[in-house]
Design a binder for this molecule. Structure first.
Ligand SMILES: C[S@@+](CC[C@H](N)C(=O)[O-])C[C@H]1O[C@@H](n2cnc3c(N)ncnc32)[C@H](O)[C@@H]1O
Length: 159
């Protein structure tokens, strides 16, 4: 199943396995909404989040990094152990700190500039491979299915 989420309406995508929701990622209930839609944890989280660009670089950078930070917090709560994430970030003074913070959650991570991204664009993507088990254990009040170290799927409630 693929779940698409945006604060603005998304044009319909006519496939039975695609679900779309209009929601704000700053909604404190967003992780629960995502887990309910998916009926369990996600294999992959892709974030192309960006604010409305106003052309003031420091403001655009700060607002985008805040969206990316929120995407990482959501990844922490909705990805299954060993799950993967690709998250847009903007170059700037806050990039390195966020990259390091997010990198601790995954077995492997790096920044990645896809060929499709214009060279003059300040966007770059954080790639995190393999969510570490301790991250999943830190979740609070989340319910769903998780894969244990032995590879078996189990229903979990994390308090
Ligand atoms: C670069 S666009 C994504 C474009 C998309 N990848 C596509 O191909 O159509 C960034 C998106 O982030 C969304 N966005 C910004 N702030 C948001 C928020 N607080 N919650 C949810 N979506 C948000 C915007 O509405 C916008 O559609």
């Amino acid at each position: 199943m693929v779940l698409g989420l945006d604060i603005k309406p998304i044009s319909p995508i006519p496939f039975p396995n695609v679900h779309l929701i209009e929601a704000d990622i700053y909604d404190p209930e967003i992780e629960k909404k995502i887990l309910n839609e998916l009926r369990g944890f996600a294999d992959v989280l892709l974030s192309d989040l960006s604010p409305q660009i106003i052309g003031a670089w420091d403001v655009d950078h700060a607002r985008q990094i805040d969206l990316a930070r929120r995407a990482i917090a959501i990844a922490k709560n909705v990805l299954r152990p060993r799950g993967n994430a690709l998250i847009k970030m903007f170059h700037g003074p806050e990039l390195k700190g966020l990259q390091e913070e997010a990198g601790k959650m995954f077995f492997r991570s790096r920044l990645y500039k896809p060929q499709a991204s214009r060279p003059e664009s300040s966007e770059i993507y954080f790639l995190g491979l393999g969510l570490r088990n301790w991250v999943a254990k830190e979740r609070e009040g989340m319910e769903g299915q998780a894969e244990d170290e032995d590879g078996k799927n189990r229903d979990v409630t994390v308090e």
